[in-house]
Design a protein around this ligand. Structure first.
Ligand SMILES: [Zn+2]
Length: 485
């Protein structure tokens, strides 16, 4: 009889690809799932999952929270793979090296960064592979200008080199440089099509928000898929569409029906977060989104902007500072319905848009390693709670159904990113597994207590190694591995 390294026994195993949903034992050895059995399996270590759900570890397509503290919060929310695909990183090799040197609890991967390439070519910003560099320069006008054909060729060249170096795709923050020529966007999509990798777009303005936009943000994404054949992933369709989500999703649905490869993602929160200097947060543009300066609050202080003058001053002095953007009221059923429709949309992935933690009393390197997190560590609650909240909505509001919700957190994102060994509970798949209690699993992070970990995720394994055990984070665990194309 085979003895495995580890057996997770008697849990309700959900494998979205085969449709398996039943009581099984899962045998793991050497970081790989070896056997899924209706009968009992034997292991050196046995985890009793009676009454619990066993599913693939969650694959987050959209996390800017690449450091140790962010990984820990996401581990307690059921995540096993953290991908930075929207902002991306240039060069990706620098981002992979930094993560490998420090060690990570969760698997990690990066797309290359159109914005960083553009900053390099148009504004002379040295690429570092770090998100801080992007944020620090997000409000610089030079990188947001239309580019000449020669400049576009150089931008595409930088991206092409990074794709050859294993980048998982191309992150395109076109919403942060909304005057970019539509031809440049199509050139980037054409590169993605040639390379056979997806693009991940933060859409530019919708026509409803800016009648003068060079192209409608949603039309641009679907057109690129149709014209170039690229796989276009539409990031956080909830937060860029807001009240226009039905028009946007209908457009996506139409081209998907015609065979174009457009995928979407959403997160279950009404507030966004970004650098306060972002183009679309200029005081004179807020009304387009139904916002006022008071809709914007700084993460560093918790303070909401009193008026346009204060917002203007903060954008000038600290453009890279993280700010809440309160787009929709989650407590209003009518407003939450917009978010629900983005989550309910066919094959939409659940993805967090997790942001880096900020330590209000100073995040020196030692404090960044502390666990539990000190009380001054803050973030957007979606960083800590997206998946716990999704599963709570399944239980409390009948959203999606449990098996379908699991699919949106696992197989769907694995398929978007092209990860054949993740998002599955099958022999040969990576032993990234999440074991949770469907009756109690919940988010706890709020806009007041932003970094409270979710509860109910009992065990989280990365490559067969426990990162969360009996609901507690193991602070020394570093089994995360790079995910490259
Ligand atoms: Zn975004």
């Amino acid at each position: 009889m085979t003895t495995y390294d580890l057996v997770i026994s008697r849990g309700r195993v959900i494998d979205p690809e085969t449709g398996l949903d039943g009581i099984r034992d899962v045998g793991v050895s050497g970081g790989t799932i070896q056997e899924v059995s209706a009968g009992p399996l034997h292991g050196v270590t046995r985890v009793d999952a009676t009454g619990l759900t066993v599913c693939p570890g969650f694959v987050d397509l959209h996390s800017h929270s690449a450091d140790l503290a962010g990984h820990r919060l996401q581990a307690l929310d059921g995540v096993t793979t953290v991908l930075e695909l929207e902002a991306g990183s240039l060069p990706v090799s620098a981002a992979y090296r930094a993560a490998a040197e420090e060690g990570r609890p969760l698997n990690y991967g990066f797309a290359t960064s159109w914005a960083a390439a553009r900053m390099a070519v148009l504004a002379g910003v040295e690429p570092t592979g770090r998100l801080e560099t992007l944020f620090a320069n997000i409000a610089v006008d030079a990188w947001q200008r239309p580019a000449t054909p020669e400049q576009v060729a150089r931008i595409v060249g930088l991206l092409e080199a990074d794709l050859a170096d294993g980048a998982l795709g191309i992150g395109v923050l076109v919403g942060y440089a909304p005057r970019t020529g539509p031809d440049e966007y199509l050139a980037v999509a054409a590169l993605a099509a040639r390379a056979g990798r997806p693009t991940y777009t933060h859409a530019r303005e919708l026509v409803e928000m800016d009648a003068g936009t060079p192209v409608d943000g949603a039309e641009e994404i679907v057109r690129a898929a149709v014209e170039t054949g690229a796989h276009m992933h539409y990031c956080h369709v909830n937060s860029t569409s807001i009240r226009h989500v039905d028009r946007v999703l209908a457009l996506v649905e139409r081209v998907r029906a015609e065979g174009a490869r457009v995928t979407t993602e959403a997160y279950p929160y009404g507030a966004g977060m970004t650098g306060v200097g972002a183009a679309f947060l200029a005081p004179e543009l807020l009304h387009r989104r139904g916002l006022t300066p008071h809709s914007i609050g700084l993460l560093s202080t918790g303070r909401r902007m009193a008026d346009a003058a204060e917002l203007r001053r903060v954008r000038q002095e600290e453009p890279g500072s993280a700010a809440f953007v309160h787009l929709l009221d989650e407590d209003s059923p009518a407003e939450f319905a917009y978010i629900r429709r983005a989550l309910d949309f066919e094959d939409a992935a659940v993805a967090t848009d997790a942001v880096p933690l900020l330590w209000r009393e100073g995040g020196d390197p030692a404090r960044r390693l502390e666990w539990p997190l000190p009380p001054d560590a803050v973030t957007h609650p979606r960083t800590a709670g997206t998946y716990g909240r999704t599963l709570r909505l399944v239980r409390e509001q009948g959203m999606l159904g449990l098996a379908e919700a699991v699919r949106r957190c696992t197989l769907v994102p694995a398929q978007v990113a092209g990860l054949a060994r993740k998002g599955r509970v099958q022999p040969g798949a990576d032993a990234d597994l999440t074991v949770f209690d469907p009756d109690t699993v919940t988010d706890r992070a709020t806009y007041a207590a932003t970094a409270l970990p979710s509860t109910g995720f009992r065990h989280v394994l990365v490559g067969g190694v426990p990162v969360v055990q009996d609901g507690a984070l193991l602070p020394d665990a570093r089994p995360g591995r790079p995910v490259r194309a």
